[in-house]
Design a protein. Sequence first.
Length: 252
Amino acid sequence: MRIQWVMLSLMAIFIVFNTGSAVATETITFATLNWEPFIGEELPEKGFFSALTREVFKRAGYDMKLEFMTWNRALELARRGKYDGLLGAYYNEDREKDFYYPDPVAKSQEVFVQRKGSKISYTHFSELKKYKIGSLLGGASGAALREQGFNVEDTADEIMSLKKLKAGRIDLHVMGMQQFYYLTDTDAFLKKIRNEFEVVSPPYKEYDVYGPISKKTVDGENIVKKFNKALQEIKSDGTFDKIMIRFGQKNN
């Protein structure tokens, strides 16, 4: 009788552990940067883009974690497979060699920022080739402009580049419009000088924003398929819009 009880106990333990492993949630770890209001260490839920992506992965059966660093470092480490992916990336052909791109989650409008009074304007991008343009190190916009023969100077972060613009060390800085307004509303130094900047019209370009998966990640293509399916689900059932509204990114 005692032996039978021991056997039943062992079977129960086996079932519990086996069931636990069957439903265990896998973890996806992304390298990323502070790119407010999309992504940020100090933002609620790490920003609206993080919240959206986390919900998609939750539906797909994954837990999402973030590691913050400079963008150029994030790009390089994710490319080498030290992280599963890169959160908050634009598409370019060079990156497609190293990443699987899922469907985009959001959009970002890139603009040129100038010192007020500089009176820089253009009807065609080629007219800006005579200016020195600041860009985020590792950023897609700077790389695209450089390939077209523009004079681009990279900086490790956007705030430093705007300070260089203020000091006259560069003529323009290319960056996301949403981030420009966020930084000039929240950064202590930039708040004091925000009236010294202005956005050049028309905008440079609108980009889709992705969470690409490194091709070094095991089962990366399948992760992307699951992600795309889950993204369509949260859009269909209204969850996507609810998250956007919660972060003030969509009108009711």
